[in-house]
Structures are given as structure tokens and as C-alpha cells.
Design a protein around this ligand. Structure first.
Ligand SMILES: O=C([O-])C(=O)C[C@H](O)[C@@H](O)C(=O)[O-]
Ligand SMILES: [Mg+2]
Length: 429
């Protein structure tokens, strides 16, 4: 056994990062959002870093796993999953319903645990890669491309949060002209050439108009619309009919396999999802019924980079497309996404990333998109370095918070502007 790979210490650092007032069907992002930074330190003196969701229900599961991991090897990645099953227990937050705050589909006990394990898996891979002098993509079998394409993630948004907070200079976007202006800036600054609009915010016809305006401004470029399951089958089919000539895919127009299958049966526009199929248990029925044509994997809730590759194999087997979903995240997760994306041959679409919306980070050198792409790092591990000063600042913000921001709650944030707001019932339109 290589004792240098044994884990001597695991550090968990919950942080709050600034988040702009991005609108979605359930409300608006809070001024700060929680993330959890995981560090594993080996006996050989190498530190590996990982990142995952930071709400209380994830922290609760991460703590016993961090303790149990000491003495294990960073190379024991399969054992990590068994260990998590043994020590984490089922989260009190687990249920089968679509998660209210994060728009990430069901939140079963398995999925919550996998979301936590993913942060540890990435940290172990980073430490293992650094110890062996190999990039993470090499530990996953090697890259099949040198750069990974990302798409612009457009949001309706306000210029500022109702209660103030950090302003990012992007201004408001609440109509087609605002959406096009935002897209032009994304294209100009980052070189993105495909565009996803987060919908489910305004009446569907207003969102159709925004996509039409994008199609006019960027003729022939791939466009996507994602209302996070806010529409009925009828509304979904109306939107699909109106936009069938310009949409690359429609993402989660309706909620659940039954409704998605009904929409898919009525249109040729491919349906993508990060809500209908987010666990292995949901795959057989959704694929058999043709409810989704593209799965947006997310290494956090699918359980890390190896599990993402397993999902890719399943999609390949069934002829279902694959891309990547993103929630608010920092540079560690973006590095992890890029490494795994580089190894998947059937990554058929540009990946989502919230990264351009994040003004804060915990790595020393931020990632830079060029021509809408990130170069795959060949440096050992993930190829990122933790900025300890920034980490400490963002952790102090988490410590100082009275609990309001430690749980993502888009409806609560919306109530600051509209006191009567409640999470809209679905279908909303
Ligand atoms: O593609 C998606 O559904 C998402 O990115 C979900 C996110 O929660 C998004 O809606 C957001 O950040 O408001
Ligand atoms: Mg989505």
C-alpha cells in the first residue's frame, strides 16, 4: 500500500458567495448562496480540493463522511460510496418531490448523499492526480478533446437585489431587448456561440418573443429555453410549435415523466432535462417512454466524475444526448466539469455554466473562456489552486450570517420585493 495516499485530515469549509438577482420560476436568487469546500490532506502532504452544495442538508451529511474518511486512501474511490452509505444515514430533507429551492428535480436520500460524495470524490481525484503527477482527466481514462465548449446562460434579472448588496454592473434584463443585450455581452466577452435562456419567469408568449429576438440577433446559432417545468403540456406544445425552427432543445418544459412524455409525443423539438431524469431510478421509464432526448448531467448530484461517465455510457446505449447542467458554482467545480467533459466522447452539446455570473472565487486564477471554450488543464490534479485568504473571507461571511442565506431560498428572496409571493404552483402556465 502507498501510505503517502492515506488521508490524514479532511477540512470542510462552508462559505457564502455573492450571487446576482437572477430570476427563475420560483423567485429570485438571494444576494449570497452557500457552497461547501472540501479539502483532503494526505499523509504525503498533498491537498486535494472539491466543491459541492452548501445548504444545511448537505453539511449534515458531509460531517460524518469527513470524519470517517481519515485513514482511507484517496485512490479508494469506489469505497467512498460504500462508506458514505454506512456513515451518512438518510438526510431528514429527503423526499421524492421536486426540490423547491434549487430546481434540481427530486431530492431522494441517495441523491442528497451523492451530491455530498461528489465533493469528496473530486477532492480525492485532485489529491491523487497531484500525488501521481497526472491530470484528473488522465485518472478518468484520458481526454478525448483539448477544450470543452460552454453555452451562455442567460437570465432575466434585476439590476440589484431589493435589499441592496453587491452590484455586478450587468444591469436589468426583463424583456427581449434586455435579453439580447445580455447575450451580446456574453458573446463579446466570452465568445459563447450557443445561448440558453432561463424561462418560466414571464408569460410564455413574452419568452417566445425573447427567443425570437435572440434568433434574429444570432441567426443559426443554437438556442435553448428552460422554464424549469413551469408549463402545462398544452403550453409546452404551443411554445415548441412557435419556436421549432430555432430551438436546439426545449429544457424541462413540464414537470415529471408523464408530462414530458406527452410533450415529446407532440413535437419534434428535442426535450432536455435536469429535473425529470436526475437519478438512475428515473432513467428506465423516461428513456422507454421517449420523455427526454438529452440528459443534462451534473456531476454533483449524479455522484461525481466516475458516475457522470457511467451516465454517459447509459445515454450512449439508449441513443439519448448528453450535456451538462450547472447551478451556482465556483472554479473548483468548473475545473471538475471540464475534466470529466473532456473524457466523454458523446458530449453532444455545449455545457451550461453559471460561472460568468460569479464575481467571487476560491481559486487563485479564475478560469477564462475563450471562443466559448475552456482549455482542458494537463497540470496535475484539477489544475487549480485554493486561495486561502478568499476562502477565509467567504467563510467568515457564512459564520456572520444569521441563517437566512445559508439555505438557498429563491421564494424568500422574492418576498423582499413582493411580500405576498409564494412558490408558484406547477404548472404555472
Ligand atoms: O438548468 C436548470 O434547471 C438550472 O440551472 C437550475 C437553477 O436552479 C437555475 O434555475 C437557477 O440558478 O435559478
Ligand atoms: Mg434546467
Amino acid at each position: 500500500m502507498n501510505t503517502a495516499l492515506l488521508i490524514d485530515e479532511v477540512r470542510l469549509t462552508p462559505i457564502l458567495i455573492a450571487d446576482p438577482p437572477l430570476l427563475n420560476t420560483q423567485g429570485v436568487h438571494q444576494p449570497y448562496t452557500p457552497r461547501l469546500i472540501v479539502e483532503v490532506i494526505t499523509r504525503g502532504g498533498t491537498t486535494g480540493v472539491g466543491e459541492t452544495y452548501g445548504d444545511g442538508k448537505y453539511l449534515e451529511l458531509a460531517e460524518p463522511l469527513a470524519q470517517a474518511l481519515v485513514g482511507r486512501s484517496v485512490s479508494d474511490l469506489n469505497g467512498l460510496f460504500t462508506l458514505a452509505e454506512e456513515v451518512c444515514g438518510d438526510s431528514r430533507a429527503a423526499d421524492e418531490r421536486v426540490e423547491a429551492g434549487g430546481l434540481r428535480g427530486v431530492q431522494t436520500a441517495d441523491k442528497l448523499r451523492l451530491s455530498v460524495v461528489s465533493g469528496f470524490e473530486v477532492a480525492c481525484l485532485d489529491a491523487l492526480g497531484k500525488s501521481l503527477g497526472l491530470p484528473v482527466h488522465a485518472l478518468l481514462g484520458g481526454k478525448v478533446r483539448d477544450s470543452v465548449e460552454y453555452s451562455a446562460y442567460l437570465f432575466y434579472r434585476w439590476a440589484a437585489h431589493p435589499e441592496g448588496g453587491e452590484q455586478d454592473g450587468w444591469g436589468a434584463a426583463v424583456d427581449p431587448a434586455g435579453v439580447v443585450a445580455q447575450a451580446r455581452r456574453f458573446a463579446g466577452e466570452y465568445g459563447f456561440s450557443s445561448f440558453k435562456l432561463k424561462g418560466g419567469v414571464f408569460e410564455p408568449d413574452q419568452e417566445i418573443a425573447a427567443i425570437r429576438a435572440l434568433a434574429e440577433a444570432f441567426p443559426g446559432q443554437p438556442l435553448r429555453l428552460d422554464p424549469n417545468g413551469a408549463w402545462s403540456v398544452e403550453t409546452s406544445l404551443h411554445v415548441a410549435e412557435q419556436l421549432k425552427d430555432v430551438l436546439e432543445y426545449l429544457e424541462d418544459p413540464a414537470t415529471g415523466t408523464d408530462l414530458m412524455a406527452a410533450v415529446a409525443a407532440g413535437t419534434d423539438v428535442p426535450l432536455a432535462t435536469n429535473m425529470c431524469v436526475t437519478t438512475l431510478a428515473e432513467v428506465p421509464e423516461a428513456f422507454a417512454r421517449g420523455a427526454v432526448q438529452v440528459v443534462l448531467s451534473d456531476h454533483h448530484y449524479w455522484g461525481g466524475l466516475h458516475r457522470t461517465r457511467e451516465l454517459a455510457g447509459i445515454c450512449r446505449t439508449f441513443g439519448v444526448g448528453l450535456s451538462m447542467h450547472s447551478n451556482t458554482h465556483l472554479g473548483i467545480s468548473l475545473a471538475a466539469m471540464t475534466h470529466v467533459a473532456a473524457t466523454v466522447p458523446n458530449l453532444d452539446y455545449a455545457c451550461d455554466s453559471h460561472y460568468p455570473w460569479q464575481t467571487e472565487d476560491v481559486i487563485t486564477t479564475r478560469h477564462v473562456f475563450k471562443d466559448g471554450r475552456l482549455t482542458v488543464s494537463d497540470a496535475p490534479g484539477l489544475g487549480v489552486e485554493l486561495d486561502r485568504e478568499r476562502l477565509a473571507v467567504l467563510h467568515r461571511r457564512w459564520l456572520a450570517d444569521d441563517g437566512t442565506m445559508r439555505e438557498r431560498d429563491d421564494a424568500a428572496a422574492m418576498r423582499k420585493a413582493e411580500p405576498e409571493w409564494v412558490t408558484p404552483a406547477i404548472p404555472r402556465w
